[in-house]
Design a protein around this ligand. Structure first.
Ligand code: GCO
Ligand code: MN
Ligand code: MN
Length: 411
């Protein structure tokens, strides 16, 4: 039976309710989840795509997040400020309105980030050869830090998407990376100064890597590259600088997200985490969490829970073009949050599962034969134990589909 748009909306609402399994806003608020202004307001446009949704004002986004139970909000400077407002009275007025709107709705701004990729001034990158471009980029970073302090944020994110080039040999990579470090130094210095003046703590400055696009070649394409840059000696305040890995960005280059996160944890640099999903070795589809790789996501959350990651989970996905303005808040955001919480709870079940615990302990205990130089005897003594690797993988699958709770399938 054909349906008019109103009837379609009613159908979507009825089927969404029929899906069940949604958490209450209070339950959702227990998690440190943040919702980006740019994700909620994304109109569906891209190089090949015209927009499919209407613009959405920050007040609408904040009100909807409050109702859903997302109690942190994140933004780029220019998501909410037109260019002619940056750094002047207009900015002051808009930031004041944002602050009032957040307070009214019981939300907090957890993170701010600077757009250093969209405007034409960044065509040659935010750390280009011209001193005035770099000076402008630094001013933008410092300005964002001051907005962050005004809104009470604790995190600043940097995605240097246009730090790279289209043609080989046109930039001096070493020099560009040094100039980029000068930008970070300026942001940290501004942070220290403002924090002191306001009696607030300084913020955590988080680098976000993406291996492809928008530049053809990217100078800091992975979180590991960023760690090398953070520890390069070029930063004046390396303790203030860490990582904001994005799930899909770590997957896009073909790596293991868990391994990337493990290296960040090892260096105490996992400050912030952008959560979404997608495919290996493809472009940045920014699909919402759990819709492509729920099994990997379960394992990612086991790792983060095991090592007590307590930073934000930032919902950096793009609602698909086929979702309407209403659908963004009726379906995209609540279902993304709910999949996250379900996976989070399942990760807890993995951590307390008696079979997995016993298997892990047995693997660590080994065979008990004395250490020595005879490879064959070490192998022979442990070879039955190593069956547990495959059994652990099976058990994780069972937990993913609920078989450990008695769910079964039969022909
Ligand atoms: C992307 C990036 C961005 C950044 C944002 C923060 O998918 O292209 O993740 O969404 O997170 O620009 O600066
Ligand atoms: Mn991101
Ligand atoms: Mn992305």
């Amino acid at each position: 039976m054909p349906l008019t748009p109103d009837q379609q909306r009613a159908l979507v609402a009825r089927l969404t309710a029929a899906c069940g399994g949604s958490y209450s806003p209070d339950e959702r608020r227990k998690h440190f989840i943040s919702g980006p202004q740019w994700a909620a307001a994304y109109e569906g446009h891209a190089i090949f795509h015209a927009p499919t949704r209407k613009p959405v004002h920050f007040e609408t986004v904040i009100e909807h997040f409050a109702k859903i139970g997302i109690n942190h909000w994140t933004t780029h400077d220019t998501d909410v400020l037109p260019y002619d407002a940056l750094g002047n009275d207009k900015q002051h007025a808009i930031v004041g309105q944002i602050d009032a709107c957040l307070k009214k709705n019981g939300l907090k701004c957890s993170m701010v980030t600077t757009e250093t990729f969209h405007h034409a001034v960044f065509a040659g990158g935010p750390a280009g050869e011209q001193m005035e471009v770099r000076d402008y980029a630094q001013w933008r970073l410092r300005n964002t830090v001051s907005i962050g302090h005004e809104l009470g944020a604790s995190y600043v994110v940097y995605w240097p998407g246009s730090l790279g080039y289209q043609f080989q040999g046109i930039v001096d990579e070493v020099q560009t990376l040094k100039w980029f470090a000068e930008g970070m130094n300026a942001a940290c210095e501004a942070d220290i100064e403002i924090a002191k003046a306001k009696g607030r703590p300084t913020m955590l400055h988080c680098m976000e890597a993406k291996p492809f696009e928008p530049q053809a070649e990217i100078l800091l394409p992975t979180s590991d590259a960023m760690l090398a840059w953070i520890f390069s000696g070029q930063l004046k305040y390396p303790d203030m600088v860490g990582l904001n890995p994005e799930y899909l960005h770590e997957l896009m280059w073909g790596g293991s997200v868990r391994a990337s996160l493990a290296r960040a944890l090892l260096c105490n640099k996992l400050f912030h985490f952008d959560i979404n999903d997608g495919y290996r070795l493809k472009h940045d589809v920014d699909i919402a969490i759990g819709l492509v790789n729920p099994f990997d996501w379960l394992n990612v959350l086991v790792l983060l829970r095991t090592y007590n990651y307590n930073g934000p989970f930032n919902l950096d996905f793009k609602p698909p073009r086929t979702t309407s303005n209403d659908g963004v808040f009726d379906i995209s955001f609540p279902t993304a949050v709910d999949r996250f919480i379900t996976l989070w709870e399942m990760a807890g079940e993995v951590m307390t599962d008696p079979i997995l615990s016993e298997a892990a302990a047995a693997l660590r205990d080994g065979s008990g034969i004395a250490p020595g130089q005879d490879a064959t005897s070490i192998f022979e003594a442990n070879k039955e134990l190593w069956n547990l690797h495959e059994l652990i993988a099976h058990r994780l699958f069972q937990i993913l589909i609920g078989a450990h709770k008695g769910r079964s399938f039969s022909l």
